[in-house]
Design a protein around this ligand. Structure first.
Ligand SMILES: [Zn+2]
Ligand SMILES: [Zn+2]
Length: 351
C-alpha cells in the first residue's frame, strides 16, 4: 500500500480512505480525528469527533456542548481500530491535551504530528517521538532564523522589567489557549508570587488548566469598573495577560503607562514587534524551531516527510540535503491561531 492510500491531502484536510475519517478537517465532515484545541485544527460542526479527553473539553468550552454530533475520548497510547486502521494518540507537547496521531495499516505507519514543540512545558505532557515510515509535520518556524531562546530566560526578562518599573502595568499579549497558561506557569517558576491579572477572554481556558492540576497561583480577572482613576492606580506594577488583539484595543488604555509585551515565536522578527508597538518582545513559542524540527525529523527515522503548512519549501529542501524525501502538502486553513501570522517574512528579520 502507498502512503497516499492511507492518508491523502484533500481540500477538507488529511483524509484516511480505509477508515473514512479526516484529521483536523477545516470543513464539517462526518468523522474527524482532532489533534488539539486550537481553532485552526478543532472546528465545530462535525458528525463525530475522536480526540483526547482534554481536547474534547476545550472544544466544548469554546463552542458549547453541541460542538459535534457525538464524541469519543482517546486515552494516551490506547489503540483504537476504525475500519481496518489502527489509530493511537501520543502527546505532542504543544498545549494541554495536544496529541500526535499514529495511523497504522498493513505494516505502514504514518504519524500526523499536528502542532508540536520539544521545549519543556510545565502545562502539558512532553512530545513523544514515534518511529514511522512517513512523518507529517508543520513548519511554522521552518527557517534557520527561527531559533527560540529558552522560555525561562524570556520570562525572566518580563519579571525583571516589572521589578524595574513598579509604577507601570505590564500588559502581555498571549494566545488564549496554551500560551497564556504556559506563561503564567513560567512566571510562577521564575519566583513571581503576586496575583496575575487576565482579560475575560482568557478566563475559561485558564480555569480548565487549573482544574486539570496546572499550578498557576492566584489569577484575577480584570473587572470593568467605573472608578477609572482608582482602577488605574490598582494595576500599577502588576502583570496583565490578554489575547494579542487586546493589546491595541481601548481595553488596554485603562492601565497606567503600560509596558506592552507579546509572547510569540514571531517576536524573533524585530520589525514585527516594532510594527505591533511591542516594547518588550518575548520569544516564547509553542511550535518547534528550526533546530527542533530537524532533530525531530531525524529522531523518528521516517524516509518521507510531508509538510502541512508554514515554511514548507525550506524544510522540504533541507530534507533533500540529508537524503530524505520532503513533500510540501500546501494544506490550506491552518495557522489561524497559535502563532499564526503568515505575512511575517524572513526579510523583516533584523540582525
Ligand atoms: Zn496549535
Ligand atoms: Zn496550528
Amino acid at each position: 500500500m502507498k502512503p497516499s492510500d492511507l492518508l491523502m491531502p484533500t481540500p477538507a484536510g488529511l483524509y484516511c480512505p480505509p477508515a473514512d475519517i479526516y484529521v483536523d478537517p477545516v470543513r464539517p465532515v462526518a468523522r474527524a480525528l482532532i489533534t488539539h484545541g486550537h481553532s485552526d485544527h478543532a472546528r465545530a460542526g462535525h458528525g463525530a469527533v475522536l480526540a483526547t479527553r482534554e481536547t474534547l473539553a476545550i472544544m466544548a468550552l469554546r463552542y458549547g456542548e453541541a460542538f459535534t454530533g457525538s464524541q469519543q475520548a482517546a486515552a494516551p497510547g490506547e489503540t483504537i481500530r476504525i475500519g481496518a486502521v489502527d489509530f493511537r494518540f501520543v502527546p505532542a507537547g504543544h498545549v494541554l491535551g495536544s496529541a500526535q496521531i499514529v495511523v497504522e495499516h498493513k505494516g505502514l505507519r504514518i504519524v500526523v504530528s499536528g502542532d508540536y514543540k520539544r521545549e519543556r512545558d510545565p502545562t502539558c505532557a512532553p512530545f513523544e517521538p514515534v518511529t514511522c515510515d512517513v512523518f507529517i509535520t508543520e513548519a511554522t518556524f521552518g527557517l534557520p532564523v527561527f531559533r527560540h531562546p529558552p522560555a525561562h530566560a524570556e520570562t525572566a526578562k518580563l519579571v525583571d522589567s516589572v521589578r524595574l518599573f513598579p509604577e507601570r502595568t505590564h500588559i502581555v499579549g498571549a494566545y488564549s489557549l496554551g500560551k497564556a497558561q504556559r506563561l503564567m506557569a513560567l512566571i510562577r517558576e521564575a519566583g513571581y508570587e503576586r496575583p496575575l491579572y487576565i482579560h475575560g477572554a482568557v478566563e475559561k481556558i485558564t480555569e480548565f488548566y487549573r482544574a486539570e492540576g496546572v499550578p498557576l497561583g492566584e489569577v484575577r480577572k480584570v473587572e470593568p469598573s467605573e472608578r477609572k482613576a482608582e482602577e488605574r492606580k490598582a494595576f500599577a506594577g502588576e502583570i496583565v495577560i490578554c489575547p494579542p488583539s487586546a493589546i491595541q484595543d481601548l481595553w488596554s488604555r485603562r492601565f497606567p503607562d503600560p509596558v506592552t509585551a507579546f509572547a510569540s515565536g514571531w517576536m524573533r522578527v524585530r520589525a514585527r514587534a516594532r510594527q505591533k508597538g511591542v516594547e518588550l518582545p518575548l520569544i516564547i513559542s509553542d511550535h518547534a524551531d528550526w533546530d527542533d524540527l530537524q532533530a525531530t525529523i531525524r529522531e523518528v527515522c521516517a524516509g518521507e516527510i510531508w509538510i502541512t503548512h508554514g515554511e514548507a519549501e525550506a524544510l522540504a529542501h533541507w530534507c533533500g540535503t540529508v537524503g530524505l524525501k520532503g513533500t510540501p502538502l500546501h494544506l490550506v486553513g491552518y495557522g489561524d491561531e497559535g502563532e499564526a501570522e503568515p505575512d511575517a517574512r524572513p526579510a523583516e528579520v533584523s540582525a
